[in-house]
Design a protein around this ligand. Sequence first.
Ligand code: PEP
Length: 249
Amino acid sequence: MANPRKFFVGGNWKMNGDKASIDGILQCLNDGDLSANTEVVVSPPAIYLGYVKQNAKNNISVAAQNCYKVPKGAFTGEISPAMLKDVGIEWVILGHSERRHVFGETDDLIAQKVAHALSVGIKVIACIGEKLEEREAGHTEEVVFRQTKAIADAITDWTNVVVAYEPVWAIGTGKTATPQQAQDVHDSLRKWMSENISPAVATSTRIIYGGSVNAGNCRELAGQADVDGFLVGGASLKPEFVQIINARR
Ligand code: PEP
């Protein structure tokens, strides 16, 4: 049976870029020959969301890198999903390892954010992934199942969720998971979802891989049965992002 899940590639620009460099990235994407079979989302720093939305072609969606768990109020420095919606942003990345490990976000907070964003109509790229010491201790599945369960306990509809498996040891390090390592975790996660959420959710939910994906390794990773796309950091700021978008062409 053909893969029922549309290939998905997100570019997480993290806290990088200025108008001039964003113009360059957008020119590359707007002029690029992007596969119509890939859903493409780019995620600039919050202050550039409107600028990117205005200047990206409409085959490219835009994601925030974070948002809070309530619509408004005394939460200095935060933005809400209602505000994202108000300015035409469709997606948000939640639970990125840098939010978890630099800013101390817990499974519970991330689950509340995911539930709130979905309730407002913002689609979510929900990130999970184990640290190096957790992998070395043989705890990879335990960690990613726990992180996924926190989200599963908070939501009922997975239609607008993409799960990004991003082993922390592979993010920004140049150490990509092997295609087999990625496939093994994606396969285990899909089985966990089938048993603990529903077989339909397991079949339809995209599980994308993130961690040092580049033009050189994307095709082999994309060839894995349960790898439904990528969340790309560093390489999403470079022209090779177009090759990654087209990895399954
Ligand atoms: C990321 O930030 O989500 C990421 C995967 O980064 P990189 O591709 O640079 O490892």
